[in-house]
Structures are given as C-alpha cells and as structure tokens.
Design a protein around this ligand. Structure first.
Ligand SMILES: [Zn+2]
Length: 307
C-alpha cells in the first residue's frame, strides 16, 4: 500500500511536470516566401510537405503517420492569425478540395496548430428520377450502388494573391464496385473533370463555401439528442479501417447540436449554435466540426466507432 502511494505520488509529479512543460512550450509560426508555414513548438519543428510539382500538400495518414496525428495541436497566437489564414486559403483549401474532403485540420498536413476548414457541400439534385421530397443522400447512394455515373456541376471558391474568386467545375463521378462479404460495395469513386457545353446533362449541383476556423472552443450538447452518422477521414484510408478495426461500419454517435466559439476567415470572433435538426446541411456541419475538432486533440473517428 505504502509502495502504491509512493508510486501514485511519483506518477502525479511526472504528470504535473509534463503538464507544466507543455504549457511552457512556446509556439512560433513562420511563413516562408511562398506563404507556406513552419511551426516550432518547444524543440520540435513541423513543416507541411508539398506534393512533387504541385501546390497541393501531402495529407498524412495512418498507420505510417499515426504518431504525428495523435499530437494535441497548440493554440495559435493572435499575431499569427493572418499568416495561418493565408496558408489555409492558398494551400489547405485546394488540398482539401482536390482530396474530395469536406473538412481538413492543419495537423492532417503535419502542422499541430488549432486550425481547420469545414465545407459541407450544399447539394441539389436535378436528375430526372429524383423526387423533390426524397432524401438527397439516399438517392445518390442508390444511384452509385448500381454503378451509375453522375455528372456534377460544382461551384467553389479559390484564392489567388489573397483575393477570393468563384469557380465552376464540371465533374464525372463513376463508382468502383467490389464484392465484399458477398455484397457489391462502392470502394472508390473515379472523379474526372470534364467540359460541359450542354447543362441539361447535369444530375447534381453542388455549392461549396469554406468556413475557416481558428482556435475553436466547442460546447457539446452531451445531454441532448445524439445521432449516428457515417464518417470518413482523409487521414484514415478505408483499407486500414477494414484491416485494423473489427467494427464493420464507419458509424459514429455524437451530439446533434453544438456551440462553437472561434476566429473566422476574416479574423472576426464568432459564436454560433449549430442545430443539426435545421437541415441536412447543418446536421453534417455540426458533425464535421466535431470530427475536425477531435483532430486538434489527437482523436480520430475510428476511436469512436459504434459497435
Ligand atoms: Zn478526419
């Protein structure tokens, strides 16, 4: 017993010292000539890696980069907001769009700072077989499950020298089906940009608008309603989930409503309550914010899979 008390005391002292150390580690954020960032926390240095011959960043993934993805990200000093936002608009946003993500945290490109982007596609279906009051996601999933190709018109924003511009892209999405456990499942999507001169062939219109989030503070409505939704992550390849996790699902149960305080893309302080019940869009918005905020604390959605 006595030994145990000593042991507990020693553990507590180490824990206090470690806590003290992490509070003492100062965060330095430096931008290079190309507006990319180098982050120094204590003795550690972090840099986002560019893909070869491209202005897109490498997205780090488990299992090889798990150690980095598990780091708790550091708050961004106010004097660095501009640098971080410039980096997010120039590099992180196009990287997220190109990877087909609806959210991305800075740690996913190797920078442990408290910043992420959320951009839930606002989707309207024009396909002739779609009825207005049916569920958008269910309709598209049914189409994809049969191997059907979908033509998408997507409007999104891009930044050039700090100026925002609206862009339009036409895309052909073709599902790749594979038989898993005797069932045909969509394992990948082939997306190719195409030219469209007749807009009557468009099945889906997607409008995108990114939300830049710095130093978020979340208040989860843990007592309130919870909802199960399927998640995915640019840092968690599907094969890894199938190999390493026993759950045959990507379903995660989380609060439906959330309050968030953060600094936005114009460096304004925001405080908003997101009610998932308002619409499909806000349901996914509330969900994505919780998923991205988890990244800042070294948590991955696979840690929260339902049984
Ligand atoms: Zn993720």
């Amino acid at each position: 017993m006595c030994k145990n008390i000593k042991y507990v005391a020693a553990v507590c002292i180490v824990a206090v010292l470690l806590g003290f150390k992490s509070r003492m580690d100062k965060v330095y954020i430096k931008a290079d000539k190309q507006n990319s960032l180098q982050v120094t926390i204590g003795k550690e240095q972090y840099k986002a890696a560019l893909q070869t011959d491209s202005s897109l960043l490498n997205v780090i993934k488990i299992p090889e980069d798990e150690k980095l993805l598990r780091i708790k990200s550091a708050p961004i000093p106010k004097s660095d907001y501009q640098k971080v936002l410039t980096f997010m608009k120039q590099y992180l946003l196009p990287t997220m769009y190109e990877s087909g993500g609806v959210g991305i945290a800075a740690i996913q490109v190797g920078l442990p700072i408290r910043a992420f982007i959320v951009d839930i596609p606002d989707t309207k279906v024009l396909h002739k077989d779609y009825e207005k009051n049916s569920n958008v996601r269910a309709f598209l999933n049914t189409m994809l499950a049969t191997g059907a190709t979908i033509i998408v018109k997507e409007t999104y924003v891009a930044y050039s020298n700090g100026h925002m511009a609206e862009r339009v892209k036409f895309r052909k999405t073709t599902p790749v089906l594979k038989e898993i456990n005797g069932q045909q499942q969509v394992v990948d999507m082939i997306k190719e940009d195409i030219a469209v001169d007749d807009e009557s062939i468009i099945d889906v219109v997607i409008e995108r608008k990114p939300h830049f989030v710095l130093n978020p503070e979340l208040e989860l409505d843990e007592q309130g309603e919870k909802i199960v939704l399927p998640e995915g992550c640019l840092s968690v390849p599907l094969e890894v989930v199938q190999q390493q996790y026993t759950q045959n699902t990507s379903d995660v149960n989380r609060p439906r409503n959330v309050r968030i305080k953060y600094v936005d893309g114009d460096m304004h302080e925001k405080n908003m309550k997101i009610e998932g019940s308002m619409s499909d869009y806000w349901e996914w918005f509330a969900r994505c914010i919780q998923h991205e905020n988890d990244h800042l604390n070294g948590i991955l959605y696979v840690d929260r899979l339902t049984d």
